[in-house]
Design a protein around this ligand. Structure first.
Ligand code: GCU
Ligand code: CA
Length: 390
């Protein structure tokens, strides 16, 4: 059983991913197909935007608000965003429970649900989320969202979104201690997840000092086909393997049209991609290929995301054509399909019209892959012209 402590709220950094609405495309666009690449797939940003658009009063499941586990504010609601799919946004308190030893004084050796071998889940290995373990109000139907009323069982799959990242997780533990007026343990709470879930989302994962107050969206997929099997050793991999299927199923059931795959080839222009807030696609410096280049905002965390196709899965070299006409390098984190693959330096070039190449080896899947270049310094990223796969 899970337990948490009250934490002093810091100003919430609740910025959610870009809200690009689900694209409506013409029949001609939708009919464009390319052999040798996998079927079109929805992006995490696109699906999150659709989820948020469906988090409306009309779709609210609970009649009394839940408690944000981190802030204690009674302002968390659960919405049915598609048939059998339920979403809420809250903070994230860190659950250290389960089979891993942990110095957190609240650590408990058990989790409510077990792996397929009957062992307590390991909070450091398995990304899991926490729900109330009973109906706090003792009423039926429950005025709060109560998992047993919604075809949700142990190890039920969910997508979790935070600041542009998207991971898979499973229902692993429950929040107990009903009706304790003096305690901050309360089964009406929503907003707790395991150490591993926090790590994958880039949230501080300490059981005593970690967590985040707001900005985490959890989207639960009900029904037996979304219960994830596996052991502490492979549950994380088995769960992440479902993420794209979940994005595609949910994107389609919300009525969206996936973006077409990038055209075949080995060079992908940055201007086909998307930018974090404040970025622009420009053409004011000479020597770019295609129709322009990406100019991200000058800020830590500013990014450009480019969808590419790989004919085969495997380790490939990504070569970025870029320009940095300042006097300081612009290092950037390179992530592939949401997983960071390291930091790549982008050293200065003579001026903004001079282009150079910076390369990194990364694993790609066959078909569409999403490459994100995220600036780690106050300048944001270098100007990015294209990425070539070899
Ligand atoms: C200049 C330059 C841009 C560049 C920016 C930066 O404004 O014209 O292309 O992106 O500096 O420092 O990032
Ligand atoms: Ca810039």
């Amino acid at each position: 059983m899970s337990s948490t402590r009250t934490r002093f709220a810091v100003v919430a950094a609740a910025a959610l991913a870009l809200a690009a609405p689900l694209a409506i495309r013409t029949a001609a666009d939708a009919a464009t197909t390319h052999t040798a690449v996998k079927a079109d797939s929805f992006t995490a940003a696109q699906v999150l935007a659709g989820v948020q658009a469906n988090m409306t009063t009309a779709n609210k499941v609970n009649t009394k608000p839940h408690i944000n586990t981190m802030t204690r504010a009674q302002n968390v609601n659960v919405y049915q965003v598609a048939s059998g799919v339920y979403a809420y946004s809250s903070g994230m308190a860190i659950d250290t429970d389960g089979s891993d030893p942990d110095p957190d004084p609240d650590h408990q050796g058990q989790t409510t649900w077990q792996d397929s071998n009957g062992k307590a889940l390991g909070a450091h290995h398995v990304p899991f989320y926490v729900l109330g373990d009973d109906c706090w109000d003792r009423k039926s139907p429950c005025p709060h969202f109560f998992f047993k009323e919604h075809n949700i069982k142990g190890r039920q799959f969910a997508l979790m979104f935070y600041k542009g990242k998207c991971i898979g997780s499973i229902f692993g533990d429950t929040q107990t201690a009903n009706n304790q007026t003096t305690s901050d343990n309360d089964s009406r709470e929503l907003g707790e997840a395991s150490v591993k879930a926090a790590q994958l989302l880039g949230i501080p994962s300490s059981g005593t000092t970690g967590g985040v107050d707001n900005g985490v969206t959890v989207v639960m997929f009900s029904g037996p086909s979304w219960v994830v099997n596996g052991t502490n050793a492979n549950l994380n991999a088995n769960t992440q393997a479902l993420v794209q299927k979940a994005l595609d199923d949910l994107g389609a059931s919300m009525g969206g049209t996936p973006p077409p795959p990038p055209p075949p080839g080995s060079t992908f222009e940055a201007e086909t991609g998307t930018l974090s807030a404040g970025g622009t696609f420009d053409s004011n410096h000479l020597g770019f290929t295609g129709t322009g280049f990406a100019n991200t905002a000058n800020a830590v965390g500013a990014f450009v995301e480019i969808r590419v196709t790989a004919a085969t899965a495997g380790t490939k070299t990504l070569s970025f054509r870029y320009s940095d006409g300042t006097t300081a390098a612009r290092p950037a984190t390179i992530s592939v399909n949401g997983t960071s693959r390291g930091t790549l330096n982008f050293p200065t070039t003579a001026n903004w019209d001079t282009w150079a190449t910076a390369s990194i080896s990364v694993p790609l899947t066959a078909g569409t892959n999403t490459i994100r270049v995220t600036g780690t310094t106050a300048g944001g990223t270098a100007n990015i012209d294209s990425v070539t796969i070899s």
